[in-house]
Design a protein around this ligand. Sequence first.
Ligand code: 5GP
Length: 175
Amino acid sequence: MADKISVLYSEEEVNARIRELGEQISRDYEGKTVHLIGILKGATFFICELAKRITVPVTLDFMSVSSYGDATESSGIVKINKDLDEPLDDRNVIVVEDIVDTGNTLSYLLDNIQKRGSKSVKLCALLDKPERRIKDVKVDYTGFVIPDAFVVGYGLDYAQKYRNLPYIGIVEVDG
Ligand code: 5GP
């Protein structure tokens, strides 16, 4: 039997919120170029939609990381599987992530990125689960603050499935 997925935020709600984030970033970075760093794979759908809504010049790069830990909790020990293609010298960086949960992954990543000589580093996350936070991570631009539930869609997976759902849903795993 298929997993049951209940809609938390519809496609229209997600896109409307991303449009607002794009407007806010465009205002905050007026006269500057924004360098978006997407964290693969979860942030891919979000970063595409966000970049289209930013009206100041945008450049893009991507990183892929894996965090050791069990299925539900990351450990803070992060392995970089794909590093950035370009140096960050003097760039205005915004790290774009799908979700901040314990903060373990982002805490490591932001620290790593901050050491690379950019002008500024900010964090934009589509979803934030503050109840689960272990490491103190400041999210500068948040799509939605959500309760402690396992969500899928809009780039987020369950065992690599459901990334392509155009909405954000809560999955009730079958069996
Ligand atoms: P953290 O290090 O903040 O605990 O974990 C961040 C990563 O865990 C996210 O980038 C995401 O891959 C995964 N994650 C955390 N919560 C969820 C969730 O509710 N759904 C999905 N699909 N992934 C999650």
